[in-house]
Design a protein. Structure first.
Lengths: 118, 118
DNA sequence: TACAATAGTGTATGACGTACAGTATAATAA
DNA sequence: TTATTATACTGTACGTCATACACTATTGTA
């Protein structure tokens, strides 16, 4: 049987799981490259491991939601990503989905708090 | 390459994924049995398959977050579940975690909408 | 009597973030 | 000049867990 901390840790990972894609899509309305995106999300208190982000970017591109292009003009080559047209469509709909889920959850939680406040 | 519908479907599943545990914990501050819980969540527009709920209830009990007891007084035996003390603790903390993530996500989404409205 | 509803158990599969290992080179510090 | 850090990315095995069924049993209703 796990401790409260361990259980919370893994549940928090699950909570973040789906939000990761929405987070990343939301940041790629304007083009970004991977390393910069890791840093920007860090600043916005939404930390993400580079080892998580890069595979996710590739998967989203494979699914046609992102487009990438290499910029080799700088001292280091950088792979820029931006939402494709399909990606914009998915982003808008996923945003709505998120808000629906978020609202429903808040309703459930408030109902229970009303019945039995902490 | 998948269609928008397919991609949205699987992303929506991921969005719901973590919220499932919080949803179920929130409904078990007062004791419930599985079949009734499926129906109540259906009414609250948070549908969940019975085949998803029963294994989840067992897993949460195994983790010590729920306690169960059989009620064999009715015509059909029913397994009632309720939060344990540990479960109440996890529930409160997970609720906070949810609200943090929810707020952060909303900030990210509003920032992007400000920059480039739909 | 047949079918639907009630109530639950069991489990293989697929999706995906985590947690690394790894590569390469430019920039900076010593 | 050398060592270390920062920048930037690729690759992949593993663990977790919801889904999607199959299944069982019996009560209640048509």
């Amino acid at each position: 049987m796990d401790s409260v901390g361990e259980i919370l840790g893994s549940l928090a990972v699950e909570l973040k799981r789906g939000t990761l894609v929405l987070t990343v899509l939301s940041q790629l309305i304007t083009k970004e490259y991977g390393y910069s995106l890791v840093q920007k999300l860090e600043e916005k208190k939404v930390p993400i491991e580079a080892g998580t982000l890069y595979p996710l970017l590739r998967r989203l591109e494979k699914q046609g939601l992102l487009q990438s292009e290499w910029d080799t003009g700088e001292s280091r080559p950088r792979k820029f990503y931006v939402l494709s047209e399909k990606g914009k469509d998915v982003y808008i709909q996923l945003k709505d989905e998120w808000r629906t889920i978020s609202k429903q959850m808040e309703i459930l939680l408030r109902e229970e708090e009303k019945n039995e406040p902490d």
